[in-house]
Design a binder for this molecule. Structure first.
Ligand SMILES: Nc1ncnc2c1ncn2[C@@H]1O[C@H](COP(=O)(O)OP(=O)(O)OP(=O)(O)O)[C@@H](O)[C@H]1O
Length: 270
């Protein structure tokens, strides 16, 4: 299927990020199309998380640009990028363990109410409305990921799979157009992974676009419309999942790093 240029939500053009003498990402071009699930895959240390950190404003690239809906966004601060419509989750769960599930989602949203002496002493009407809005959105998102019954549970007391869902709910609460997920299935069992896949696919129906780092090839094959493969910071392949799965360069990149045991080929992926 031919891809329409006008549908590109996110694009990196010649993005480079170095750490001292190490080029973690080198002259990387990736495109993410609207309404699709794109996966970024590659062996350990290939540069995937660094790409995410550049896209979400944690790092400024040393070269190249990042475009979101046609506008350059590199150099912007992480919260500015969230405000533009990109939300993310992290490889390692980053929740507030001693806050409830609902509070975790609420804490992820910035109160935009006016500040100042009077506003800080008396809650202004505007502030109250903002708090009510945040509460409603947070409850909605908790419901959406099926975690409404855990609303008042401390985050540290819910199952690992639910903690991952909670992070996604928190990202969704900022009402993104692009959701960027770093290894969302990591640590999940088969049932949780299947549920997650179904849930992520359902987000596409909501007009969202997804960019995912994923190590489990079964998940990649099942979920992706488009796959970009990086190795040592460089793009080595991109295409539909079936083509990627059979690409000799990709197979070599993974087999060459077999000891990493990062890719789970089950044989049922096709
Ligand atoms: N803050 C940093 N300082 C120095 N080197 C870094 C930093 N972040 C990443 N690197 C290095 O950059 C390279 C790419 O790392 P990155 O985490 O982006 O890879 P990855 O593909 O996400 O790996 P994994 O699959 O293991 O998470 C690695 O060699 C890593 O050690």
């Amino acid at each position: 299927m031919k891809k329409d240029k006008a549908d590109i939500v996110l694009e990196t053009r010649q993005v480079t990020k170095k750490f001292g003498g190490l080029t973690a990402v080198g002259e990387l071009d990736i495109k993410v199309h609207k309404g699709e699930i794109s996966s970024l895959i590659g062996p350990n240390g290939a540069g995937k998380t660094t790409v995410f950190n550049v896209v979400t404003g944690i790092y400024r690239p040393d070269g190249g640009n990042v475009y979101f809906n046609g506008r350059i966004i590199d150099g912007k601060k992480p919260h500015e990028i969230v405000a533009l419509g990109i939300a993310r989750t992290f490889q390692n769960i980053r929740l507030f363990p001693d806050m409830t599930c609902l509070e975790n989602i609420m804490a992820g949203q910035h109160c935009r109410a006016s500040s100042g002496m009077w506003a800080s002493i008396f809650k202004t009407r505007c502030q109250r409305q903002e708090e009510e809005r945040i509460l409603a959105v947070s409850e909605d998102r908790l419901r959406q990921v099926g975690m409404a019954p855990f609303k008042n549970e401390l985050a540290k007391n819910v199952a690992y799979g639910n903690q991952r869902l909670l992070e996604i709910a928190r990202a969704l609460a900022s009402n993104p157009r692009l959701l960027v997920l770093d290894e969302p299935s990591s640590g999940l069992n088969h049932k949780e992974t299947d549920d997650l896949i179904a849930f992520l696919k359902s987000l596409i129906a909501e007009d969202l676009t997804l960019l995912i780092i994923e190590h489990d090839m079964k998940v990649v094959m099942d979920i992706s419309d488009w796959v970009t493969v990086v190795d040592e910071g460089r793009k080595i392949a991109e295409g539909r999942p079936e083509a990627i799965y059979n690409d000799p360069l990709v197979i070599e990149a993974y087999l060459g790093k077999e000891e990493d045991e990062t890719v789970t080929h089950t044989g049922n992926e096709k």
